[in-house]
Structure formats: C-alpha cells, structure tokens
Write a protein of this length. Structure first.
Length: 271
C-alpha cells in the first residue's frame, strides 16, 4: 500500500501507456474492419441484391388475341334501320312504306363506254429557211364543256413541247412523213401517229342507266353532268364512272352507292 502511495503516479502512467499500446496494437484490426464495412456498402450500391421478377401474367392479352381472332361482324346495311330508316312516301296519291335504299337497287347499268383522248397527224407545214411544223390534232372526248370536245390542231416543230406532247421523230419525206412519233409528257410514253392512224387512250367513261319500275332511261351520262338522276322520289348525282362501275351520291342523305356493270343487279352502300 505504501508502494502505491509513493508510486501511484508511475502506476497511472504505466496503465495509460499500456492502454495506449493496446490501442495502437488494435488499430490495424480496426482499420481492416472499417475497410471491409466500406467495401460491403460499395458492393451493396453497385451490385445490389435483385429479386427475380415474377412470371409474366399474359392472361388478359391472350383473351384480347382470342377475341380478335373471333371478331364479330356488325352489319349496318339493310335491313338495319339505324342508318337505313323506313320512309313513308307518296306515290299516285297514296302513301307507301319505302325502306331507304331499296329503290336504287333496281337501278341498272346497261352500258359503259370509254371516252378517249385522241392524238392525230392533221397536216405538215414546210417553209424555206424555217423548221418543219407538224399539225397535231387533239380531241378530249371527256372534257366537261362540249366546246372543248372538238378537234384542236396545234402546229409544233421538232423537239418542241406543248399540250402534253413533244414531237421527237418523223419518218419519211419531210413534207409528207409516213409517221410522227410523240412523247407524252404525263407518262413519258412514245407513240407513233400517221394520217388516218391516230393514237387514242381512255380518259373517262359514259354510262347508260335504266330504272325498270318506271321505265326511266338515263343514257350517255357523265360524271361531269350537272343534272341529277331522279326516280322513286329520290335524286342522285354521278360522282364517278369507271370501266366496270358507276358511283352515285344520294342527295337527300349524302350516301354513296356503287352500281356494278354486270348482268345482275348489285349495289354497295357506304356511309
């Protein structure tokens, strides 16, 4: 006890020194432990533990695909009454029930004829010291105005372009060629014409129609006609004619109807 009282300061110092030595000895282990913790945290952020996704549930998609393969067809044509209402009309002072569109099914296309664009060699003009000019006649049978359907002759020199054509070659004597070759500007096609042998191509059509119940005839109708086709208390305007069908617009409801040029009555409606 006397030893401790006389040397307590040395004892305390020794304890402190010993504790310091223990602490210094444990530092490498502490640093290693902290470094390991930091590495684990870095790996957790960079390479997180990912949970596997559950298998995809495609039940709804499979149902949609199955429904699409068995689509339901909705027919809104006759005898459907939403877009084809039943109408009451007056005929011979008597009211009768007339479903919309029923009468146009009785309209028949009896004939469709082509209208041609015609190129012909009408004459040749030669003058001394001047290039030869070729008189090319053009007829547009499908023109809207009657006056524009007549023959119009244009005089052009070789390689001159006008009115959708260019004279690119001529065969035979200069003043009386056996044939002249034209290049059409819209198609690039080259065609040969001569006197008495024109070139023609369809540029439109006319149609003959008949409504048998009233024996109404509508001959030689064009899509450019301003007059309407009227029968069974309805009026229609021809909006297009092709080689095999006529398209009409019903003026009362703006529906279009297609009449095919066949031996049997056929029609198609589009809203």
């Amino acid at each position: 006890m006397q030893f401790l009282k006389k040397n307590y300061e040395k004892v305390i110092l020794g304890v402190v020194v010993l504790a310091t030595l223990v602490l210094l000895g444990s530092l490498p282990f502490m640093v290693s432990s902290e470094k390991q913790k930091l590495n684990e945290q870095v790996n957790t952020v960079i390479n997180p533990s990912v949970k596997a996704l559950d298998p995809l549930n495609l039940t709804n998609e499979d149902m949609f695909i199955a429904r699409a393969q068995n689509a339901i067809s909705l027919n809104l044509e006759n005898p459907h009454k939403i877009f084809n209402p039943v109408r009451w009309q007056l005929k011979n002072n008597a009211a009768y029930r007339n479903p919309a569109g029923q009468e146009i099914e009785k309209l028949q296309v009896t004939k469709i004829s082509p209208l041609y664009e015609v190129y012909s060699l009408e004459s040749v003009s030669t003058s001394e010291g001047l290039p030869t000019h070729y008189g090319i006649g053009i007829i547009h049978q499908a023109a809207e105005r009657v006056i524009n359907r007549n023959l119009k002759t244009t005089y052009v020199a070789m390689n001159q372009t006008t009115n959708n054509f260019t004279v690119v070659a001529a065969e035979g004597p200069e003043g009386d060629p056996t044939s002249v070759t034209l290049e059409l500007s819209d198609t690039g096609k080259k065609v040969a014409i001569s006197k008495g042998k024109p070139y023609q191509r369809p540029e439109g059509y006319t149609a003959d129609l008949v409504y048998q119940p009233d024996n109404k005839q509508f001959p030689n109708r064009r899509k450019t006609d301003t007059s309407s086709i009227c029968f069974a208390n309805e009026c229609y305007k021809i909006v297009d004619i092709s080689e095999r069908e006529v398209v009409l617009l019903q003026l009362s409801n703006q529906k279009t109807w297609t009449k095919e040029y066949t031996n049997s009555i056929s029609s198609a409606q589009s809203p």
